[in-house]
Every structure is written in structure tokens, then in C-alpha cells.
Design a binder for this molecule. Structure first.
Ligand SMILES: Nc1ncnc2c1ncn2[C@@H]1O[C@H](COP(=O)(O)OP(=O)(O)OP(=O)(O)O)[C@@H](O)[C@H]1O
Ligand SMILES: [Mg+2]
Length: 235
């Protein structure tokens, strides 16, 4: 088993306030790992810390077995790690294709045009609407565009914060199908998700965060049977 990402004993927060109190997680190569837990438990802070947006006060982070603790996001993007934020981040006045071009802003090669076609072929729902402004897309399509945009950098790992938030159940299914499909193409994921039932069906390993600590972890098939978790999240 190879870990693409590993965080050991991470302590982090904002100003004087410590939010993460010694968190250790691993993301196995080629798998989907999920982070679940109540509002305010530190899930987004953990992703932001993994991506170098919040600098940890203690602990170490490794990507492909090399230490990346405190490296900045730009550097991590170039190394193959991407982050899709919890809040919406498409550029509404730009078309799908222009949003994808912006996704390649760190690249200096000549293959961007080709890669837009490659990425759109992975997202048939967007391909059909490629000349539409992102602001005219549905919430689910915008979420897909955010994923497509980070795919322009060819990441090996995507950190994804709440892909299903605010979307209708049918749309949620299509987002998860899209994630599953990208995973089949070799992309490893760490996903924060409120829809516990759905994500435990999609991911292979999961962590439950509570008040900045890992309260429970295990194979998702085991977590689905955990009585404490079932009582709190899967009633
Ligand atoms: N930029 C910030 N500055 C100060 N405090 C913050 C900041 N971002 C988050 N916090 C605080 O950190 C704690 C954890 O927040 P975080 O957003 O990581 O939780 P979460 O598990 O992602 O919650 P949710 O499920 O609501 O998205 C909260 O108490 C929050 O108020
Ligand atoms: Mg959050």
C-alpha cells in the first residue's frame, strides 16, 4: 500500500485559536479517502492545512513520501496536488472554455488547447455547453466546472471540500459519478462531505473528525456498520 499523502500529528489554527489538535491521516494512492464530522469540527481547516493555506504549528505533511510541510499552494499545485474549495469559485462572466484556460495559468507549455479537449471529454455535461458563461450553469454544473478546472493541471491528488453541498439529490449522484470516473482515471481524492451515507458508498477509507481530533477511522465498509456512527449520521 502506497500513501500519496500523509499528515502526522498536525496542530493548526487561526491566530491564537488552535483548531486541529494532533491530526494524523493518510490518503492511499488511487483511492478515495473521506473526512466526515459535524459543522465546525475542522474539516475545511484540515484541507487548507494540507494545501499550505494554513501553516501548521506542529506536525509533518508528506506528499509522495517527500516532506511538504509549510510549502505554498502554488508549489503544491505544480507538484500534482489540487484543492477545490467549499465555497463556489467559478468565474461567472467567463465561458466554460475560458474557465478551463484559467485553470492552466501555472502552465507554460503549448498543449493547453489539446488539454481543454481532453478535460472536456471527461466531463460530457460541460462539453455540450462549452461556450456558455459559467454563471449560466446550474449549481451542479458549476461544481463540475471547478473539478474540470483543476484537472487542467493534471493533478494526482485532489482535495475536495463538500462537493454535494446545496445540490439536489439527483445532481449529487451525478457529481459522485463524475468523481468516481476521475478516480478510475487514476486521480486520488480526499473528500470532505456532509452526505455521510453517500460518501461512505463512494470512498474506501474514512475519518470522523470531532472538535479537531480524529474520533474514529476505518474502512468505509466498517464505518457503515459502526453503531455509534450509524446512530449519529446514518439513521
Ligand atoms: N479563517 C478563519 N479564521 C478564524 N477562524 C476560523 C477560520 N476558518 C474557520 N475558523 C474556525 O475554525 C473552526 C473550524 O472550522 P472549519 O471551517 O474548519 O470546520 P468544518 O468542519 O469545515 O465546518 P463546516 O462543516 O461547517 O464546513 C470553526 O470554529 C471556525 O469558526
Ligand atoms: Mg467546512
Amino acid at each position: 500500500m502506497t500513501n500519496l499523502l500523509e499528515a502526522r500529528e498536525i496542530f493548526a489554527g487561526y491566530g491564537e485559536m488552535e483548531i486541529l489538535h494532533g491530526i494524523s491521516i493518510k490518503a492511499e494512492m488511487g483511492k478515495i479517502t473521506c473526512l466526515i464530522g459535524p459543522n465546525g469540527s475542522g474539516k475545511s481547516t484540515l484541507l487548507a492545512t494540507l494545501f499550505g493555506l494554513v501553516k501548521p504549528r506542529g506536525g509533518k505533511i508528506f506528499f509522495e513520501n517527500q516532506e511538504i510541510t509549510r510549502q505554498d499552494p502554488r508549489h503544491l499545485l505544480c507538484r500534482g496536488m489540487a484543492f477545490v474549495l467549499q465555497r463556489r469559485s467559478v468565474f461567472p462572466q467567463m465561458t466554460i472554455v475560458e474557465n478551463l484556460q484559467l485553470g492552466a495559468y501555472l502552465r507554460r507549455d503549448a498543449k493547453i488547447r489539446q488539454d481543454i479537449e481532453r478535460v472536456l471529454s471527461l466531463f460530457p455535461a460541460l462539453d455540450k455547453k462549452r461556450q456558455l458563461h459559467a454563471g449560466a450553469l446550474s449549481g451542479g454544473e458549476q461544481r463540475m466546472l471547478e473539478l474540470a478546472r483543476v484537472m487542467m493541471l493534471n493533478p494526482r491528488l485532489i482535495l475536495l471540500d463538500e462537493p454535494s453541498a446545496g445540490l439536489a439529490p439527483k445532481i449529487v449522484d451525478s457529481i459522485f459519478e463524475q468523481i468516481y470516473d476521475l478516480n478510475q482515471h487514476g486521480v486520488t481524492f480526499v473528500i470532505v462531505e456532509q452526505n455521510v451515507r453517500k460518501i461512505l458508498n463512494v470512498a474506501s477509507y474514512g475519518y470522523l473528525l470531532a472538535q479537531g481530533k480524529i474520533e474514529l477511522e476505518g474502512e468505509c465498509t466498517e464505518l457503515q456498520r459502526d453503531s455509534q456512527l450509524v446512530k449519529a449520521y446514518l439513521k
